[in-house]
Structures are given as structure tokens and as C-alpha cells.
Write a protein that binds this ligand. Structure first.
Ligand code: MN
Length: 330
């Protein structure tokens, strides 16, 4: 899978304006791969202009990174104006948020560059899908495009690629040997890993620190089988507080917060808790808890959230009961 294929599609479309789209709440891998791709395109196809766009904004961490790297992201991209659309780190149109329909209906050729397997529906609408599943990140794929063209990314592009790779490999926990080779080459260009790593951690607000510590002080610990379940409540930053409780040692944490009649509950657990018990927080706890609280709940296996009505006490009590029931079911 090579950049030549991408260039062929763009040349055949006689593209003048290329739109590079990231998924909603674009993470550093999405934003940084789009940025490095944009620079590559500007160098090898100077007659083409391109723009980075996203349907529903970029993540807080991406915003933080953009303070150091000069990336411009258009939050209201003109899909209809594009002669070609490139989706980066995005393998379904749903991930484009409110741009999904406009991209699907676009007559311009669509190119997908992603390290996740292509969705069959995406393959149907795309002219070209480059999906390298053994790649650590979309950033590593874009770096390989540079190599194929015998080009070296500039310093800012190299920094961006480094940040995207670091983020997507969860600080190299998921890295493979090619990742380390890539990172070593990026360092040769002038990236200082120690310096860059610091821009991947968000400075924490004072109020968030207080919320996390209050949640810990108020936590009620329950031992079920050999699991420690922590329940707590705090008026803001519930998700951060639940994460803090799990970091401290709880296997699972539920942190509730009340605003008028509304209650919000964030759930977090360790990977181990999910794998051994088979409990999927989104499906098994948040969803029924949301229904019970006449609201909505859902999420991932180890991170989920619920919105509903009722008190903190009532919500946490039901949450604990759901955990108990699920534990005895497995
Ligand atoms: Mn990614």
C-alpha cells in the first residue's frame, strides 16, 4: 500500500482542493497524521491545496498539542468544494459526525488512510482504502509515505508524527519494532522525546484536583469476591474522579454527581476486572442503570457513563446491585 496509489487517485480526479477529514473529537493521531499528510501533499503536489477538517471538533489533548504545532483545523469544512476527500484515522462515515451524510453524498473520490480494518460500508463508498492493521497508528503510516518518496518530514511534522504515535501506542505500551525504528528516525530529525512527551499530558485544573481528592475522601469501599468496588460522589469531574479511584487501587469505581433532579454517574474499571468477570461496564451496568434512572447509559468495557434523574444514593445503590448480579451470573 503506497502513496503512489493515493497520488494516482488525486491526479485522476484532477484535484485542486483536497479535504483531509479526521474523526469527531479528533485525537492526536488523527490531527497529527492529517497535518503531516498535508505537508507531504504540499511538497509533492504543489498545485493542490488542502485543508484539515473535522465534523465535531478535536479533543482537549489535541487542542493542547496545537499550542506547540502549527496545525489549522477547520471546524466547518466545505465538503462540497472538495475535489477529493481523504479520511485519516477514520474508518466509518459515522465517525465524521454531522459531516457523514455530506461525505457519503459527495461525488468527489474518497480515500481512507487508517490503521483500523476498513468497514465494508466504507469500502463501498471509497475509491481507495489504505488500511494497514499492523501499523501502530495512522501517523506511522503517513511517515512511511514520506519514506516511500525518499523525503524527510520537517521538524514540526516530525514532532506531530511522534506525538500521534506516542498517543496511539499508549506511550509505547502497544509499540512494535517498526514503531521504535520510526521513532528513532524521528529523533534523528531533531525531535526531543523527553520534551515532546510532556505536551501529551494535560495540565489539571485546580477544581479537578479538588474534585478527585474529595471523591477519594468520600469513597465507600465494598469488597465483592476479591474485587474492590469504590463508590463516591462529587459535584463535578465525576469521570476524572472515577479514574483516580481506579488508579489508587479500586478494581471498579462509580462516581455520581447531582445537579438539581439530574444525576450523572461515571464508571471505570481495570482491564483485569473486565476480562476476568466478563462485565462490560457500558452494556451490563451503564445501560440498565440508565433505564432504571429514566435516562441513558452506555459506553465501553472499562469506561462508561449514565445520565438520569434521581438521587446519588439511589443511583449508586442500584449500580452496586447490578455489579453483584453480574458477578454471580458469570
Ligand atoms: Mn489512531
Amino acid at each position: 500500500m503506497s502513496f503512489t496509489e493515493v497520488a494516482t487517485v488525486l491526479d485522476e480526479a484532477r484535484a485542486r482542493f483536497v479535504l483531509l477529514l479526521c474523526h469527531h473529537n479528533a485525537d492526536p493521531d488523527a490531527v497529527c497524521s492529517a497535518y503531516a499528510f498535508q505537508s507531504l501533499l504540499a511538497r509533492c503536489r504543489p498545485n493542490m491545496t488542502s485543508e484539515i477538517g473535522t465534523g465535531q471538533g478535536i479533543s482537549r489533548l489535541s487542542k493542547h498539542i496545537l499550542k506547540h504545532i502549527p496545525v489549522t483545523v477547520n471546524l466547518q469544512p466545505d465538503v462540497e468544494k472538495a475535489d477529493a476527500v481523504v479520511l485519516l484515522d477514520t474508518n466509518t462515515t459515522q465517525q465524521l459526525g454531522h459531516l457523514a451524510e455530506r461525505v457519503t453524498n459527495s461525488k468527489a473520490p474518497i480515500i481512507v488512510i487508517d490503521h483500523h480494518a476498513a468497514h465494508p460500508q466504507t469500502e463501498q463508498i471509497a475509491k481507495l482504502c489504505i488500511t494497514t492493521e499492523d501499523s501502530s497508528s495512522t501517523c506511522e503510516m503517513v511517515y512511511n509515505f514520506y519514506k516511500q518518496l525518499n523525503m524527510k518530514p520537517g521538524l514540526n511534522e516530525a514532532k506531530a508524527l511522534f506525538l500521534g504515535i506516542t498517543f496511539d501506542t499508549r506511550h509505547f505500551v502497544l509499540a512494535n519494532s517498526s514503531t521504535f525504528k520510526t521513532v528513532s528516525e524521528l529523533s534523528d530529525i531533531g525531535v526531543n522525546p523527553q520534551e515532546e512527551l510532556s505536551s501529551l499530558s494535560l495540565p489539571m485544573d485546580f477544581s479537578e484536583r479538588v474534585a478527585r481528592m474529595k471523591a477519594c475522601r468520600r469513597a465507600k469501599l465494598i469488597k465483592m469476591e476479591n474485587w474492590i468496588i469504590a463508590l463516591s460522589h462529587v459535584s463535578a469531574y465525576q469521570a476524572s474522579a472515577a479514574r483516580a479511584l481506579v488508579d489508587l487501587g479500586a478494581h471498579m469505581a462509580a462516581v455520581a454527581g447531582q445537579k438539581n433532579e439530574k444525576v450523572e454517574i461515571s464508571l471505570r474499571c481495570t482491564r483485569d476486572f473486565n476480562q476476568v468477570t466478563g462485565i462490560h461496564l457500558g452494556r451490563d451496568i451503564a445501560k440498565p442503570l440508565g433505564e432504571f434512572l429514566q435516562g441513558m447509559g452506555g459506553g465501553h468495557a472499562t469506561a462508561a457513563g449514565v445520565n438520569g434523574t434521581g438521587g446519588v444514593e439511589k443511583g449508586l445503590k442500584r449500580c452496586l446491585r447490578l455489579v453483584k448480579e453480574n458477578l454471580s451470573n458469570h
